[in-house]
Design a protein around this ligand. Structure first.
Ligand SMILES: NC(=O)c1ccc[n+]([C@@H]2O[C@H](COP(=O)([O-])OP(=O)(O)OC[C@H]3O[C@@H](n4cnc5c(N)ncnc54)[C@H](OP(=O)(O)O)[C@@H]3O)[C@@H](O)[C@H]2O)c1
Length: 227
């Protein structure tokens, strides 16, 4: 049984990761709202990762950082404040969490950190300048921190395409938008949070003991395939 800290397990992909892990592992969730999950293996701390003191934890095998943003605007309408806010929640929150919990993760035989990027780092898409900038930093962070923390702690990232969560609700708000999203992807689908959770759980598991410093695209073909 591993002990995994999920930052942002109250909703979306983080909640799907927690739901998968809870049967066999201890899950510590940290988010501003209490998750609607209840399980003997679940502990919750109400905490804003950017502003609140982080709760001390005695032992951890894994850390997943889920907070992020999809702040889409034409470049000329993106303010410096937008860039700063996106950088803070996507990058600095993750830096803060990893730095704070590295000492306890180092005590694990198989420490693993999972971060989230996006397909927009690999494919130039209009309106994505701020999020693509922040998530490109997440990818740089993934690789360099993986080197710093080797061999004790592995660090990997998942770069999903659009995933059906609250964060993406605006992009999937009617049937036409859902159909357009499906048609834009060569695999004629987009992601549900449970598919992304399966990849995160794999990266937390000992089956990926040899994998660190990698960014895994879950792109339904939108970056990798041209039909
Ligand atoms: N959904 C997509 O289409 C998509 C696509 C590409 C990449 N991603 C990336 O995948 C990751 C997960 O996305 P998601 O769709 O699951 O997001 P989500 O539905 O917005 O969930 C984010 C989670 O983070 C928590 N959170 C947000 N701000 C926080 C803060 N300041 N302090 C503590 N917790 C905070 C939220 O909980 P509280 O509100 O309770 O604090 C929630 O549990 C993100 O990094 C996102 O950028 C998502």
């Amino acid at each position: 049984m591993k002990t995994i800290l999920i930052i942002g397990g109250s909703r979306g992909i983080g909640k799907a990761i927690a739901s998968r892990l809870l049967e066999n592992h201890r899950v510590i969730n940290l988010s501003r709202n209490t998750p609607e999950l209840s399980h003997a293996n679940l502990t919750h701390h109400t905490c804003d990762i950017l502003t609140d003191a982080l709760p001390p934890i005695d032992f951890l095998d894994g850390l997943v950082y889920c907070p992020g943003s999809i702040n889409l605007k034409p470049f000329k309408r993106l303010s410096l404040e937008d860039f700063k806010n996106d950088f803070e929640i996507n990058v600095l929150g993750a830096v803060r969490a990893i730095q704070f919990y590295t000492p306890v993760l180092s005590q694990s035989e198989s420490g693993s950190v999972v971060l989230f990027s996006t397909v927009a780092t690999s494919l130039g898409m209009p309106f994505h300048a701020s999020v693509a900038t922040a998530k490109s930093a997440v990818e740089g962070l993934t690789k360099s921190v993986a080197a710093d923390l080797a061999p004790k702690i592995r660090v990997n990232a998942i770069a999903p395409t659009i995933t059906d969560t609250d964060l993406a609700a605006k992009l999937l708000r009617n049937e036409r938008m859902v159909e357009n999203t499906i048609q834009r992807h060569p695999l004629k689908k987009f992601l549900n949070p449970d598919e992304v959770a399966a990849m995160a759980n794999y990266l937390l598991s000992d089956e990926t003991k040899s994998i660190s410093g990698q960014v895994f695209k879950m792109d339904c073909g939108i970056v990798s395939l041209k039909l």
